[in-house]
Design a protein. Sequence first.
Length: 259
Amino acid sequence: MTVLIGTSGFSYDDWVGPVYPQDLPKRQWLSYYAQEFSTCELNFSYYRIPDARTLSQIAAKVPEGFLFSIKAYRGITHDRSDPEPEMKQFSRALDPLIDQGKFACVLAQFPHSFHATQANRDYLKRVREGMSDLPVVVEFRSREWISEETFQQLRSLDMGFCCVDQPRFSSLVPPVAVATGPVAYVRFHGRNRAKWWQHDEAWERYDYSYSDEELMEWVPKIRQLEAEAPLTLIYMNNHWQGQAVASARQLRMLMTERG
């Protein structure tokens, strides 16, 4: 049973200073990151389907044993009008990561408007079929999905459930810890209630520093996930000015202190 802690993304200009040395070339950021962490969630793939050449170059910058999660393209999770060709293209692009043993899973993050309807439950089956046997983890934004029916469906599809820590709004997914597939997954989005729904810049939502007490709430939950799945991935998404790196270090220390 393996637990890996990392961050959601690594390529942020505002990490220069807080994380990366001022004189470190951008092309060396990932290699520098990989000196400390053994996993990273790639998010650029949400905006465009990556090509195999790009992912091959990314894989070459990290050591053996490093694992990438990669977010599904928005045409698959948000548009959803003709996902089969997109899923085929997306899956093929992952070959370099798979061939080098550096692929962990696909993160399919659905929007808050993706409600727990029968049509959307059927759509999850299409994603499973379109991704073939690739490990897939599903992140829901709407609380409607939090039910035993959902967890049973994910288990039947051999898909993981993305646990989340975020502001405790009644419409959002609460901080439940459930493993439904071979990859257990947790994303820490921060708890910035004031900026969650209303912000001028996207990063404002994720401008948040966790306290030890807040992260400690998750230590027993992560141990539970570790016992239920072969691989548990933890990603900090409170990325503004390197807060994600600080939180990842914090959690790693707390996990070590608690055995």
